[in-house]
Design a binder for this molecule. Sequence first.
Ligand code: UD1
Ligand code: UDP
Length: 349
Amino acid sequence: MKIVTVIGARPQFIKAATVSRKIREKCIEIIVHTGQHYDDNMSKIFFQELNIPLPDYNLNIGSGSHGTQTGRMLEKIENILLNEKPDYVLVYGDTNSTLAGALAASKLLIPVVHIESGLRSFNKSMPEEQNRILTDHISKYVFAPTDTAVKNLFNEGIKENVFNVGDVMFDAVLYFKDLAKDKSRVLQKYFLKRENYILATIHRAENTNSVEKLKNIFKGLNESGQNIILPLHPRTKKYIKKYNIILEDNIKIIEPLGYLDMIMLEDNSKKIVTDSGGVQKEAFFLGKPCITLRSETEWVETVENGWNIIVGADKDKIKKCILDFEPKQVRKEYFGDGNAVQKIISELF
Ligand code: UD1
Ligand code: UDP
C-alpha cells in the first residue's frame, strides 16, 4: 500500500511527527510539503528536532492570497498524485494545504483520510472553517479527536467511516515532553522561572487583520503588568510593523520556537494567552489556564470544563483574566488516552 501525506503548515508538521513514524512501519509513505510555511523556524526546525522523515516533494508554494496559494498547490499536487498513484491521500487539520491535498485527491477519485476531522467554530468567515467543512465532505475516512467532533460530522450527514480516536496532538505532547525537558534550554535563555511568566501567541487572521483588535490585545497584555513572553508568528510580526504598534517593556517578543522549546515554555508558564487551536489544547493537556483571544472556539470541551475562557480582543477582559482567571474543576479526559495514532493505524491497515 502507498499513502501520500500532504503537509505544509507548522501544526501539521507536529501532527505528522507522531503519525508518519507509525505509518512507515506498515506501508510506503510519500510526504509532500506544500511550502506554505517556509522560514526555518516555521518548518525545517520541526523536521530536524522531531525526526520527521524529509519530504519527498517540496512544492515551494510560499505565501499568497487564499486562491493563489490553494490553486498553485492543487495543480502541483495533482501532478504528483498522477505520478505516484497512491491508495490514499492523508491530510491534517484545516489549512489551505489540507484543502488542496484533499481536493486534488478527491477529483482523481483517490480516497482521502482526514485527521483532526469534525471541528467546527460555526463561523464561516474563518478560512479554516471553510477548509475543514469542504475537506470533511470529500473524505473517505474521517478521524475525529473528540465526541463533539463526531456529533458535528453526524449533524452534517457524515456517518460512514467516522472514528473517534482521540487527538494526535495529545499523543505528541506525551511522546515529546520528556525529550523537551532533556533538550530544551529555553527557560535559561530567557531567564524565566517556573510560573513567573505568561506565555502568549497570536496569529489568527481575525486578530492580525484588524488594527483595532491587534492594538487592544497588546493593550490588554501590557495593562496586566505581568511578565509576558510571546514567540511571534511572522504574520503578526508583519502587522505589528504595519500598524506601528508600540510594544511595552513587560512584553518580550521572541522568534517562533521549535516544538520542544514551545512545550517547555507552556509547561512552565503560569497561564497561556492565545488564539491558536493547538496551543489551547496543549494548555489543557498540561493543566495551564488558557485565555483565548477569539470569539468562539472549536475546542468547546476546554471551555465547558472551566480551563479555557473566551475573551476575544477585549482589552479589559484580557487584563482581568490574566490576573484573576483560576480554573476550579478537575480536568476531564476529552482527548483520548494518548493512543490516537495507534487507533488510526488499526483502522487503516
Ligand atoms: C496558517 C493557517 C492557519 C494555521 C496557521 C498555523 C490557512 C488559511 N491558515 O495561517 O489555519 O493556524 O497556518 O501557524 O491555511 N509567513 C512567513 N514565513 C512563513 C510562513 C508565513 O513570513 O514561513 C508570513 C507571510 O507573510 C504570510 C503570512 O505569514 O503571508 C501568513 O501565512 P499563511 O500560511 O498564509 O497563514 P498563517 O497565518 O500562517
Ligand atoms: N508552536 C511552536 N512554536 C511556536 C508556536 C507554536 O512549536 O513558536 C506549536 C504549538 O506548540 C502547537 C502548534 O505549534 O503544537 C500550534 O500551531 P499554530 O499555533 O501555528 O497553529 P494552529 O494550531 O492555531 O492551527
